[in-house]
Design a protein around this ligand. Sequence first.
Ligand SMILES: [Fe+2]
Length: 173
Amino acid sequence: MEQHIKSLLSQEEIDLINIEINNIKESSKISIWHENPGEKRPEVTETHKIIQNTHVGKIMFDINVPDSVKIKIQNIASENGFILPFHRAAYAEYSAEWGAPELVDHLDSADIFMVDYQLSSNTNWGLVIDGNLHDLKDNEGIAFRPKKQMHGRPEKVFKDGEYVQMLFLEVLI
Ligand SMILES: [Fe+2]
């Protein structure tokens, strides 16, 4: 069963994460990749850390997050029965700038426990998990198991300038 979490991060944690994201955006080149939902991501290199997926209208890259964030995710995982170390954080940004955002219903290939966290947005785009629509606000997350729980988003045409910024905060099962 998925868990909706409000006010997940502190302002200080959010500020540090935004600095990290902006540093990578400024220092890294973009590789183009056409993902099918749930597929494994390609390897990135030192110079090409950003993956742009025009098919689903997003850019994505791994980021470092503060230890306090890792501990929060580990605690949520352990409350759900997964007493495991933090594995990875990825940033994803959906906007018309990168293609036509979409996320059709799918299961992931890797078995992880994850918090889908909405960092920032200027439009609403709910997350559907096992048929339940969750309206996410900024600084809210949904914890779930994407290999076992069908997930996707409603169809939506993004207008120019609209964006949704997410973090995928993962524990490997
Ligand atoms: Fe997924």
